[in-house]
Design a protein around this ligand. Structure first.
Ligand code: SF4
Length: 480
């Protein structure tokens, strides 16, 4: 427990985030006083009124004024970081960086012509990022820029959400409804979605599409007939002739049949996801997956036999009960399958998940993986990915991630997922359709973003589809 006190500044939120990184390593009641007094940002860690650690950083001034609020906040964050780092004797992998898109900093540095060495020094001095994360940031940023540099000004990407899953996973916080309860809503949902697709296709008929992504939920929780009708409608509505990428996040193996794989292939889907999360049966059972490891492999082999040559597989580090050896086993099994992409997620305890709920009720009932162990798992992943010829190509961070780590997408060169980079880097507009989907209109050369949200609830989306279309119409008109 560390009580945070602020004097002479309003950076309580940002400093609270840095303090929270160290909380798991503090076992006594302490007070952290943070002060801005005109030219120094200071932090004092106190135990029973005595200062036990302190640090200070100069604040950038222009004359007698602070250069900008950001530089004051960064000086305060560094003072807090140094104080707590000295007290706990720990370095945090991401230093004071708590944002979700760390590579944006590197994009700017690369565009301004900075060398790798200069970028490295900057990330260390300004943000205290560890050496391994600095290398990761640079590698990912270069891969991302190679894809983003091919964006054409008028292009958009399209996202279509299918918010159904066979059952709900314990860690899920997405807009996903269990089919056990919502089977009857699927047809009305598709009807509303088709209407929205038709509207967007007409409104944007002259706009080229760079990538199209059908995600969820689990799109393959639709039955074969529904999936085929969806893909036919997409094909009939949008001009897909010059699209760079068409992905379906098939997701859970228990929803994928050979017929669905055939339908996807026949309708031009070029990239699919088959997401095991873990190749350990005990874990699949524990997280609420109703399928076996053998089924994952079987589906993968069928997909290959049907010609799917760009397959992503997701895995999650820090799943309940998993240790480093379990991750090693998952990697060993994935290696045999040779997918083109593997996305490594670090478990995040999200607000809307059953896991968060269970933790609230009985904290001792669930064993969460500690930061040090997650770091070991990440290191194993890094070296195994390199061994499989997969390079890190996109990355993001979330709030409440175990150990404050990151999610990283790895890909064989040339198979990187364009949509993942576009959505993460917000470099081009993404028109998003379906319940809970949020359209992002990027304008003024990527400087500004406006959002057009659809309602989250399935019922509201179906009943208020005309209103959702109206929202889009107004949004599109604004940026024509
Ligand atoms: S498959 Fe994905 S979207 Fe569906 S319940 Fe599990 S985590 Fe949520």
């Amino acid at each position: 427990m560390i009580e945070l006190l602020c004097e002479g500044h309003d950076a309580a939120y940002e400093l609270g985030n840095v303090r929270n990184l160290f909380l798991p390593y503090v076992k006594e009641a302490l007070v952290l006083e943070t002060v801005y007094d005109g030219d120094l940002a200071k932090a004092y860690l106190k135990k029973e009124e005595s200062v036990i650690q302190e640090a200070s950083y100069p604040v950038n001034l222009v004359g007698n004024e602070i250069k900008d609020k950001k530089s004051l906040k960064e000086a305060l964050k560094k003072a807090v970081y140094d104080t707590l780092s000295a007290y706990t004797n720990r370095q945090m992998p991401w230093g004071i960086l708590t944002g979700i898109r760390p590579t944006k900093l590197v994009h700017e540095a690369l565009k301004s012509g900075m060398s790798d060495e200069a970028i490295d020094a900057y990330l260390e001095d300004a943000y205290k990022v560890s050496p391994s994360k600095r290398v990761l940031m640079r590698e990912v940023a270069k891969q991302e820029l190679a894809i983003l540099d091919q964006n054409k000004p008028e292009e958009v990407s399209i996202y279509i959400g299918i918010p159904f899953c066979p059952t709900r996973c314990v860690y899920c916080s997405f807009t996903a409804y269990s089919l056990e309860q919502k089977q009857k809503e699927v047809e009305p949902y598709l009807e509303a979605l088709f209407k929205e697709i038709s509207f967007v296709a007409k409104a944007k008929q002259d706009v080229p599409i760079r990538s199209l992504y059908i995600g969820g939920g689990t799109p393959t929780s639709l039955n074969e007939d529904q999936l085929e009708r969806l893909l036919e409608h997409v094909e009939a509505s949008f001009d897909l002739s010059s699209i760079d990428e068409y992905t379906i996040e098939a997701g859970r193996p228990d929803t994928i049949t050979s017929e669905k794989l055939r339908i996807m292939k026949a309708h031009g889907v070029g990239r699919i996801s088959i997401n095991p999360q873990s190749m350990n049966q005990k874990t699949l059972d524990a997280i609420g997956r109703k399928h076996t490891v053998e089924e994952i492999k079987e589906v993968f082999h069928i997909a290959r036999a049907l010609g799917h040559d760009n397959i992503n597989m997701d895995m999650i580090l820090g799943l309940p009960g998993e240790d480093v050896e379990d991750v090693v086993y998952t990697l060993k099994e994935l290696k045999k399958l040779k997918p083109e992409n593997i996305t490594v997620h670090t478990m995040a305890i999200k607000r809307a998940s059953k896991l968060r709920e269970a933790l609230r009720e009985d904290e001792d009932s669930i064993h969460l993986t500690e930061g040090d162990k997650i770091q070991q798992m990440l290191s194993v992943c890094e070296s195994e990915m390199a061994d499989m010829g997969l390079m890190p190509y996109y990355m993001y961070r979330q709030k409440n991630m175990l150990g404050n780590f990151e999610n990283v997408g790895y890909a064989k060169p040339g198979t990187e997922c364009i949509y993942n980079i576009e959505i993460m880097e917000e470099a081009e507009s993404i028109i998003a359709l379906g319940a809970g989907a949020i359209t992002k209109i990027v304008y003024q050369n990527g400087e500004k973003i406006d959002r057009i949200p659809n309602v989250k609830s399935l019922k509201d989306y179906i009943e208020r589809i005309d209103e959702m279309i109206e929202r889009k119409r107004e949004g599109f008109e604004k940026y024509q």
